[in-house]
Write a protein that binds this ligand. Structure first.
Ligand code: DGY
Length: 319
């Protein structure tokens, strides 16, 4: 029997299941613990279950102590975790790929439709109480059919989003660090292109790349300037992949048609220049936010913990 520190509230039965095998220290709050609470929670733990709002750094790992064997991050992204610090201490890191693919792809395509069809703006008109009626020229957006959907980072979520875009009649371009799955490329009748082509030819550019040193500000002023002035940017991956100041400048100058963002550079802060614009749609990082998905994420994190503490390989280790 080990000790598992679950740092914030989880849906479903994951905590109960962990409790059948191990002693669980459960912090039943839907937020990351304040710094002062953290050492007490993790001290002596064999496993830590963390969510995205929790920075897992050397200080946390050291507060847990040398018995710590696994950190289970309840997210597919793990930029909140200092991977080197985990490696140096022989701590296994696990994440939750796969189970949130559809939910996140749904949000990426929703943002695409919301921003191209001006749906958030339209909804605000109705709520505002201002007089409105059917108007030939009222709130005209752009059709997506026959347009080009560019995927930056054609992993599972990028490809699932591309399938949805294809179903809406869009042509698909794919660009990533590694070659996308050839079967998916064929199924989508997609074109695999270089970064320059992706920028120059996408009518909607959808970001699905993880945040790494190489992708931080990959979409900077220079990259944004190479996009079409009629193009839209959609980001459901990580905020810092886009230079938000450069994005605001491009929108202000009319060098981009709009943006749909579920993630921000400095969450939960949002660049004030974005808040005041009608040509952007802003969501509070809800890509994986369905009860079913979050429950599956929590279950997978619990399974990973149980596996490692049993001396088995975790189901989804970060390599
Ligand atoms: C993830 O899993 O990385 C998502 O951003 C969480 O919603």
């Amino acid at each position: 029997m080990g000790t598992v520190a679950v740092l914030s509230r989880l849906p479903g039965t994951a905590v109960e299941r962990l409790g059948r095998h191990h002693e669980v220290r459960y912090r039943d709050e839907d937020s990351a613990p304040p710094d002062a609470e953290l050492p007490g929670l993790v001290e002596g733990a064999d496993a830590v279950v963390a969510t995205l709002g929790q920075r897992v750094d050397a200080a946390l790992l050291d507060a847990a102590g040398p018995g710590l064997r696994v950190v289970a991050n309840v997210a597919v992204g793990y930029d909140n975790v200092d991977l080197d610090a985990c490696r140096q201490r022989g701590v296994t890191l696990t994440n939750t790929p796969g189970v949130l693919t559809d939910a996140t792809a749904d949000i990426a395509i929703s943002l695409t439709l919301m921003v191209t069809r001006r749906l958030a703006e339209a909804e605000r008109v109705v709520r505002s109480g201002q007089p409105w009626g059917w108007g030939m020229f009222q709130l005209l957006g752009s059709s997506v059919q026959g347009r080009t959907f560019g995927v930056l980072g054609p992993g599972a979520i990028g490809l699932a989003t591309a399938r949805r875009a294809r179903a809406f009649g869009m042509d698909v371009l794919l660009h990533g660090r590694s070659e996308p799955d050839p079967d998916a490329v064929a199924e989508l009748a997609a074109e695999v292109v270089g970064f320059e082509d992706l920028l120059a030819r996408s009518d909607v550019l959808s970001v699905h790349t993880p945040l790494t040193a190489a992708t931080r500000h990959l979409l900077d002023a220079d990259a944004l300037a190479r996009m079409r002035p009629t193009a839209y940017l959609v980001n459901t991956a990580r905020g810092p992949v886009v230079d938000e100041t450069a994005l605001v400048a491009a929108l202000e100058a009319g060098r981009l048609a709009g943006a749909g963002l579920d993630v921000f550079e400095d969450e939960p802060a949002v660049h004030p220049g974005l808040l005041e614009r009608d040509d952007v749609v802003l969501l509070p990082h809800v890509g994986s936010a369905t009860l079913e998905t979050r429950t599956a994420m929590a279950d997978l994190a619990a399974d990973n913990v149980v596996a490692v503490l049993d001396g088995r390989d975790p189901l989804t280790a970060v390599r």
